[in-house]
Design a protein around this ligand. Structure first.
Ligand SMILES: [Zn+2]
Ligand SMILES: [Zn+2]
Length: 345
C-alpha cells in the first residue's frame, strides 16, 4: 500500500509500505477514503516535534471504510464507513470516564511519532486502528467524507475551545488567525450566542471568509487593539482565542483581551514565550486556558450539528488532491499557497 512517510526535516515522500494487519483483538483495519493535512502536521514535517522516527506514516485526520475487524470489535463491521478520532483511548479507565481521554494510559496519537505513542497515521491507503470500538465513530448516512472528517480533530478542537472558554450569551470574542481552525472557531462560537465575534488575520482573503461566517473583521494594521475598541464601544474582547500557535499570535491575543478576560490557546505551541510577565497577567486578572481538542466528548454532538446544517466544516477545504500529490501539497502549505488539503488515496 502507499503511504505518506516522513524521512526527516522537510522530507516527505509517498512510499510503498507493507499492508497493516490486525495485531490486537480490538483492532480494525480502515481503508482510508479521505485524509486531511492538519496544521500540526506542518510542525512535524519541519522537524519541530521531538522524537519522530524517520519512516513514520503521517496523518491523524482520516475516515474510510472498515475492511477487517478483530474478534473483540462489536460496533463496526466490514463495509461500515467510520471517522477516526485523532488519538486512541480505552473508554473504560478513570481518565476516560472523567472525559479526559487524552490522559488515558492507552493514548496514542496517529502519525505523530514516539512521544505520542508511535502509531502510524492515516495519510495512507490502509491504517490499523487500535481500540476500534472507541476510536472510530460511524459516519451518519447523508454525510460526505469532507463533512464528517473534521470531528476527529480540528472541528472538535474548535468546539472544545468554545466550551472550555465558557462563552456566555452576550459576551464578545475575538479569534486570532483565520486558518482552518480559526474559521471553525468562528462557526462554533456562533452556537454560543455571543454579542459579536471579531476576527483578525493579515491575509485579506481569510478575513473575508471569516466575515462570511459571521465574524466582524478587524482591519490588519499596526494597532489591532485600537481597531477592536473602535468597533466594540471602547472595550476589548471578553475572550480571545489564539489559533495561530506563534509568538506573534500570542502577542496579538494578549493585546486584544479585556482586563479580567480569558485567553484561550488553541494553536499548537512548542517553545514560544508568554508575551507578558506573570506579574502583568496577574495585574490584568487574565485567565489563560490551553485547549486540547476532545473529539470523544463532542463528536456525537458535532455530527448532529453538521446533519442539522448548523455547522459546515467542509467549507474550510481549499483543495482535494490524490495521495500521490501529498509532498507537493506539503510544500504549498508551507508556502501558504493553500490552507486545508484533503488527500484521496
Ligand atoms: Zn491536528
Ligand atoms: Zn482510558
Amino acid at each position: 500500500m502507499r503511504a505518506v512517510v516522513w524521512h526527516g526535516p522537510d522530507q516527505v515522500r509517498v512510499d510503498e509500505r507493507p499492508e497493516p494487519t490486525l495485531e490486537q483483538p480490538d483492532d480494525a483495519i480502515l481503508r482510508v477514503t479521505t485524509s486531511a493535512i492538519c496544521g500540526s502536521d506542518l510542525h512535524l514535517v519541519r522537524g519541530r516535534l521531538p522524537r519522530v522516527r524517520p519512516g513514520t506514516v503521517i496523518g491523524h485526520e482520516f475516515c474510510g471504510e472498515v475492511v477487517a475487524v478483530g474478534e473483540g470489535v462489536r460496533r463496526h463491521r466490514p463495509g461500515d464507513r467510520a471517522v477516526a478520532a485523532m488519538h486512541t483511548a480505552c473508554g473504560r479507565c478513570p481518565s476516560c470516564l472523567a472525559g479526559q481521554h487524552a490522559r488515558c494510559p492507552d493514548y496514542a496519537m496517529f502519525g505523530c511519532g514516539e512521544l505520542f505513542g508511535d502509531l502510524d497515521g492515516g495519510q495512507a491507503e490502509l491504517v490499523r486502528v487500535p481500540l476500534a470500538d472507541m476510536t472510530l465513530a460511524p459516519i451518519p448516512s447523508g454525510l460526505d467524507d469532507a463533512d464528517a472528517l473534521f470531528v476527529g480533530d480540528i472541528l472538535a478542537t474548535a468546539y472544545t475551545a468554545c466550551v472550555d472558554a465558557g462563552i456566555a450569551p452576550g459576551e464578545t470574542a475575538a479569534v486570532v488567525g483565520c486558518g482552518p481552525v480559526g474559521q471553525l472557531l468562528v462557526e462554533c462560537l456562533q452556537l454560543f450566542a455571543p454579542a459579536a465575534v471579531f476576527a483578525i488575520d493579515p491575509v485579506a482573503e481569510r478575513l473575508a471568509q471569516a466575515a462570511g461566517r459571521g465574524a466582524v473583521p478587524l482591519p490588519a494594521g499596526d494597532d489591532p487593539r485600537a481597531a477592536l475598541r473602535a468597533l466594540n464601544r471602547g472595550r476589548r474582547a471578553d475572550c480571545v482565542l489564539e489559533a495561530v500557535g506563534s509568538a506573534g499570535g500570542l502577542e496579538t491575543a494578549w493585546r486584544l483581551v479585556e482586563t479580567g478576560g480569558r485567553v484561550v490557546l488553541v494553536g499548537l505551541l512548542v517553545d514560544e514565550p508568554f508575551p507578558e510577565s506573570a506579574g502583568q497577567t496577574w495585574l490584568r486578572a487574565l485567565t489563560v486556558r490551553p485547549v486540547l481538542g476532545r473529539p470523544y466528548a463532542h463528536r456525537d454532538t458535532l455530527l448532529r450539528l453538521i446533519q442539522q446544517g448548523r455547522l459546515h466544516p467542509a467549507g474550510v477545504v481549499s483543495e482535494t488532491v490524490p495521495l500521490a500529490d501529498a509532498p507537493d501539497a506539503y510544500r504549498r502549505l508551507q508556502a501558504r499557497l493553500t490552507t486545508k488539503v484533503l488527500l484521496r488515496p
